[in-house]
Design a protein. Sequence first.
Length: 265
Amino acid sequence: MNIEIREKDDERAVFVVDGVDDTFINTIRRICLVEIPTLAIEDVNIFKNDAKMFDEVLAHRLGLIPIKTDLSSYVFKSECDCEDHCSNCSVSFLLKEKGPKVVYSKDLKSDDPAIKPVYDTIPIVELREGEEVELEAIAELGLGSEHAKWQATTTCGYKYYPKIIIDNDKVTDLEEYVEECPRNVLQIEDDALTYNNVENCSTCRTCQRLSEKDDNAITIDFEEGKYIFKIETDGSLEPLEVLTIACDILSQKADNIINFVNEEE
């Protein structure tokens, strides 16, 4: 297997994977979606809420705020020895504000400086004159398979690597093909039709249908075993960290199957 990174930042990554099949790449996709642990607010203790927003709605909004996650510092609550919550399995956020003002995610005060909301400007509740809100929000690790608030990825998918085959001996109107391509992939070079940045091709087959009048001069196909994979996260984890963890999880699943088979034998 070969991986080439095309784009990468703190929240988005695009890379080309070569030498795998549909089953493998789709398994990685599914693991990235629902099996990567992240921190999210699970329990909310509301001491005072004068706002026009019900307690349940306020707690729900808090739960959907993406939180920076350090997987090396925390364990699942189910794996912790504590009876309720402790610093090994949870992070506590305090919120105490008085109106008039809009309360934002930056107003949540964490007991761990390294763990905080990904974005400071997520509105939580609007307080009018004299209204107050005071609460404690407790975040813990969870999986996207349990609830969407623990999904590390907002977008995770792949497409087959496009392959464009052009028979210039049959092509008649070069400019027509260039104009009809919705992604501006086709271009004219040295009086011949060619393509630029094939990875931008959406395989819409507009050019292929157009080439029917030219005895099927263009064929759109896919590279066997090659894919363009895209990951976007909510900022709680970086995309390459998500991919690395997904590969580790898949490897562990494979080891478990092998061990099970060996035990049965």
